[in-house]
Write a protein that binds this ligand. Sequence first.
Ligand code: ZN
Length: 658
Amino acid sequence: MQSLWDEKEAARYVGSLAQRVYTSRLLGQEKSLVLHGGGNTSVKICETNLFGEEETILCVKGSGSNLATIEAAGFTPVRLEPLVRLLKLTAVSDAQWHNALKGAVVDARAPAASVETPLHAVLPHAYVDHTHPDALLAVCSTPSGRERVQEMYGDLVVIVPYCRSGFPIAKACAGIFAAQAGEQTIGMVLMHHGLFTFGETAQEAYERTIDLVTRAERYLEQHRAWHIALPSVPAPARPTRHDLSRLRQEVSAVAGFPLLMATHTDPLGMAFVQRDDVAVLSQQGPATPDHVIRTKNRPLLGSQNLAQFRAAYERYFATHASRIGGELTMLDPAPRVILDPDYGVCVTGRTAKETRMAGDIYRNTMEIILRATALEQYRALPEEDVFEMEYWAPEQAKLRRPEALPMFTGEIALVTGAASGIGRACVEAFLVRGAAVVGLDINPAITQMLERDDFLGLVCDVTSEAAIAQVLDTTVRTFGGLDMLVLNAGIFPGGCRIEFLSLAEWRKVMTVNLDANLVLMRDAYPLLKVAPRGGRVAVIGSKNVPAPGPGAAAYSASKAALNQLARVAALEWGRDGIRINTLHPDAVFDTGLWTEEVLRSRAEHYGLTVDEYKRKNVLRVELSSRDVANLAAELCGPLFGKITGAQVPIDGGNERVI
Ligand code: ZN
C-alpha cells in the first residue's frame, strides 16, 4: 500500500486537529482500509476548561462522518479522564457504557461519540488510527490466523483476541496493551476486526498503518494469496428482467416490506458464484461481525432456495436468542446477499444506499474469502459472535423506535420526460417520498441531472421499442424491479388549425404522446404485476382532454386517446392489483417553455396582465410543476390506494371542466 502523505499538502493543515483531519482523509481514500463510514481516528489535545483547569480532550471521529470527507466539526470532543477511569471497572452494562460515553462529551453540538471511542482512550499516544484492512482480515480469517499475525508482525504489535463491541473489547485492549506493549510496539491487532496504529504525530500514526498493511499484503504475496486469479467461466444463462423482478418480489414478501435489489455480474462475482466450493466458502459467516448488519449472517445460495434461507434464519434466531435470554425482536428473515450461478451476486436493501453498502461489503468479503482460502482456508468467527453483534442492544434499540420511513421506501418509480418541467418535478416528488427513481429523457443532460444513489438518469427515445426494452432491463438490474410508472413525456407542437394540419405532424404527435406510452405500459406490465405492493401508473393527461381548445387537434386527440387507453388498462389490470389514474393539469408556467416574452404575448392576446393570465381559473391560483408532481406521487400512494381509472383535474378550477 502506497503512502499518500504529501509534505506540501500536509503543511496547509495547521494545528493538531487540522493534521488529524488531513491523515484521516488519506485513510478514507483507501477502500481496502475503510468502507462506508467505517474506521475512526483520534487526537488528544490539552485544553483549559471554563474553570481554568487543564484537561485532556480526546477528539474522535463522531458517528455519521466519513473519513474521506471529514471536517474538524466531524470529531467529537470527549474528556479523556472519565473514560480511563471507566476502563478500570470490572463490569459495565451496555446502558451504563453508553451513558458514560454520552456524559463525557464536552460539546453539546458535537456528533454522537462512536462506540469505539474508549479504544482510543486505551492508547496513550497523541494520534490513533483505526482501520479495518482487508489484507489483515484475510490473514485473521484462517485457522492459524493468530500465529500468522504473530509471524508477520513479531513484536511490532500486540494481539487482542476477538471480543464483542462495547466494554468487553475496550477492557481486553486495555489489559493486553498494558501488559504486553513495549518500546517496539507501533500497533494493536484486533482479531477478526481491524488494526490500531498510533504515534506522536499524525504522520507517524498514518505511516505505521501503511507499513503494517503493506506487510500483510507482502505476506499474502509471499504465500501466493494476494493476486486473485479469475478463471474465465462459461457465460451463464442470463436471467431476464422478469426473473429478477420476481425474485425481488419473493424476497420482499419474506422481508415483509419492499426491498431494492441490485444485480452484479462483474468477473469477480461471477467467478465466485460459479466455484465448485461456493457452498463451503460462502456459508461460514462474515469476515468481521460488523458486516452482519449489512449482509446478514450468510448469503442465500441459489435464488430458488429462499424458503430454506428463511427457515434457517428463524432457527438461527431462536437458537441464539434463547441462549442469550432477554427480550429480542427478530429482524426480518430476508437475505441481503444472494449468490446464484446464473444471476451473479444480487444484493438487497431498503434504500439504494443500503444496497450499495451491502454490495461493496460483499465484494470485499469475496476477496477476503478467496485470499484466506489461497493462504490456508477461510475460517469465520463462530455464529454466536456474529449473532451477538447482529442483536447487540444499541442495534435492537433502533428497531424499537417507531421509524417514520418515507412512504415509497424500497420502491422504484420510472418517470419519462424527466429532464425538465413536470417530469423533473416528478423525479423530486418521488425521491422525497423515498422511492428510487429512474428518469428517462431524450436530452443527454438527464445522465448528469442528480448525483445520488437513488437516482438513475437514462437517455431514451421513448418512440423506440428496443430502447424501452433496454431501459427496463437496466432499471431491473440496478434497482430490482418497477413499482410505479409516470407517463409524462409528450410534445406540444405550435397551434395549427385542422385545415392546415399535415399527416406527418399528426403522426409525429401520436407516436410520442400515444404509441410510446402503449409500448411502455405493455412492456412494464409484467414488472408492475410483481410489484410487492401492487403496481401503479400515473398518467399526465391534459386539461385539453375534458376542455379542448382550437388549434391543438393533434395534441388534444393524442391525450384523449391516452386517457382512453388508461381507462382500458384500469379495467384489464385491476385483477393484478395495478392501479392507473390520470391527472389533467392546466399549463404550468415555471418551465423553460414559458419565457417572459411568450407570457407577455399570450397575456396580451387575452387582454390580461401576465399575473392575471397565470391565474385565469376559478380559484385565481397559479399552478406549478411541483403541484402537478406532488399529485402524481400521491396518486401512487395509499391515499389513492382504493382508486383506479380516475381522472383528477389539477387546474385551479376550470369553468368548462366543472
Ligand atoms: Zn472497528
